[in-house]
Design a binder for this molecule. Structure first.
Ligand code: G1P
Length: 288
């Protein structure tokens, strides 16, 4: 079966970005001029996803408004003959079918995914985490779908991280199958430095077998008192195969202030309308 549906969990409180996230969702913070969640939706669409479920929480209405039609704005832009901006605004609301469900309590990533079980039904599906923005010509999720179509088992997007950063990620125990592909036997959520089974980290991209829902239904709260997707994946790895896709692409942790700043600078340097002036400014700043 083809991977047609994706879940984007977006119920987190965004405490790492307070006070900016006190009254607006962290997913709406822009990189240059585009909200981070739009990059995630664009990656899903470019990978062939047809329906997206965004799992939201309180204070997340701006996300729905962003992907909705804005009649007033379209009318204004039309009157003023601002065709380019009009196209831009329309494209966002016509990109893909987006559905919403609320996670009523912040019980963790595993619980957020579990909230989507009725929407997904009995088919393989993708999960994309909003804090991980990944840039590459062939989208990360597309690379993973290509592997899924060959393997027909769950696929996690993984990349090497420095040994001192293993406590920030779900880390995998895996063996190499071939270049760019590994078989995952076990996982551990945010191990202490020196305790990780490898330096391969899960990077916020998953293609999962629907069997994960039965497992999530029985998964007890783990690290941080939350229902962890990683814990459910451990059980899944015992029941059926899980593969790792060492995807190509640069990944930015936009949930972290430094990662967010890096993404902003690098994305701006690739924008034809900004790159020249901005590069000049940065050079001047450094040589001052
Ligand atoms: C989540 C997952 C973790 C994964 C990470 C990727 O953690 O629980 O396994 O490696 O995303 O960004 P979070 O960063 O939400 O704490």
């Amino acid at each position: 079966m083809r991977v047609r549906k994706a879940i984007i969990p977006a119920a987190g409180l965004g405490v790492r970005f307070l006070p900016a996230t006190k009254a607006q969702p962290k997913e709406m913070l822009p990189i240059v001029d585009t909200p981070t969640i739009q990059y995630i939706v664009e990656e899903a669409v470019a990978s062939g996803i047809e329906d997206i479920l965004i799992v939201t929480g309180r204070n997340k209405r701006a996300i729905e408004d962003h992907f909705d039609k804005s009649l007033e704005l379209e009318l204004q832009l039309g009157h003023k003959n601002k065709d380019e901006l009009l196209g831009l605004v329309r494209d966002i609301s016509e990109m893909v079918d987006i559905h919403y469900i609320r996670q009523k309590e912040p019980l963790g990533l595993g619980h957020a995914v579990y909230c989507a079980r009725k929407f997904i039904g009995d088919e393989p599906f993708a999960v994309l985490l909003g804090d991980d923005v990944i840039k590459n010509k062939v989208p990360c999720l597309k690379q993973m779908i290509n592997l899924y179509e060959e393997a027909r088992y769950s696929v996690l997007g993984v990349q090497e991280v420095p040994p001192e950063h293993v406590n920030r990620y779900g880390m995998v125990e895996a063996t190499t199958e071939r270049e760019g592909v590994c078989r995952i036997y076990d996982l551990v959520e945010k191990p202490e430095v020196g305790q990780a089974p490898s330096t391969l980290a899960v990077m916020g991209r998953y293609i999962l077998s629907p069997r994960i829902f039965d497992i999530l239904a029985m998964t007890r709260p783990g690290a941080g008192g939350e229902i962890q997707l990683t814990d459910a994946l451990r059980s899944l790895a015992k029941a059926e195969a899980i593969y790792g896709c060492l995807f190509e692409g640069k990944r930015y942790d936009v949930g972290d202030k430094l990662g967010y700043l890096k993404a902003t600078v690098e994305f701006a340097l690739e924008r034809p309308d900004l790159a020249g002036e901005f590069r000049k400014y940065l050079k001047e700043l450094i040589t001052e």
